[in-house]
Design a protein around this ligand. Sequence first.
Ligand SMILES: C[S@@+](CC[C@H](N)C(=O)[O-])C[C@H]1O[C@@H](n2cnc3c(N)ncnc32)[C@H](O)[C@@H]1O
Length: 267
Amino acid sequence: MLMLPARAQDKQFFDVPFVPTPYVVIEEMLRLAGVTAKDTVMDLGSGDGRVPVTAALLHGARGLGVELDPELVAQSTAYAAAAGVADRVRILQQDLFKADLSEATVITLYLLPGIMGRLQQTLYNLKPGTRLVSHDFRLGDWQPDAVTQIRKNTFLWVVPAKVAGQWRFETTLPGKPELELELRQKFQEVDGYGRFSGRHAQMWEAKLRGDRITFAMVDDRDRENEAAMYFEGRINGDVIEGQVRRGTGRQQTVHNWRAQRVAAVKP
Ligand SMILES: C[S@@+](CC[C@H](N)C(=O)[O-])C[C@H]1O[C@@H](n2cnc3c(N)ncnc32)[C@H](O)[C@@H]1O
């Protein structure tokens, strides 16, 4: 039986072949993710290392690569040294499915749809606010937060906090109305229903981006004097805290709010 050389045998187990991302597309991916010197950019399946090296060179970020092919790992390490960014770029020879992603603030991907689907839950469970940017492929049924096209499609997702469940609010709104909402969530898409001052209430214009949530509700306690209430808050586990602006323009008043998750799903 014909035996393949060791490396060729290994290669058939790689999930995706090496096809490099053009530099203009890399620059667009890093721009779309808003990469700065504070970021750690991790490329999953890093090929010749061009993404982490570009992140370090153009944005002063830390670059991490995860690559299974030892020849590409050696090539990328030499590339980082030649580019003068060896102190900020590290390439790990590892299976991307086993990599520790917790250090990354930005994850870049140029993989295949099947692999993206397999990564979806792992990426969704990363720290809220982590940005994910992909060249060409979507993350299964997780809708992107932004899509751009500079020669190729690039997609951005911001990992949302988990907000599904029953929340009880305290506010400094006049009269301290009671407010309880049940939030439903599919990735960053949220809606909510509940009770405000004893009446049925609904969330409007809800937006979730990382650990930030904004939404509006209608204060209908006095039907002659209704006003929208614009909530913004930061989610931290089972607590959300922020401000609510009641009304607009000269009539606007600003109040504080705090919500506590009282049940993960409606009992
Ligand atoms: C399409 S290339 C993208 C290279 C680079 N990210 C870029 O955009 O230029 C995919 C890379 O993933 C690597 N790869 C495939 N399966 C992998 C796995 N399970 N773990 C780590 N790397 C893998 C391949 O060797 C290849 O270099």
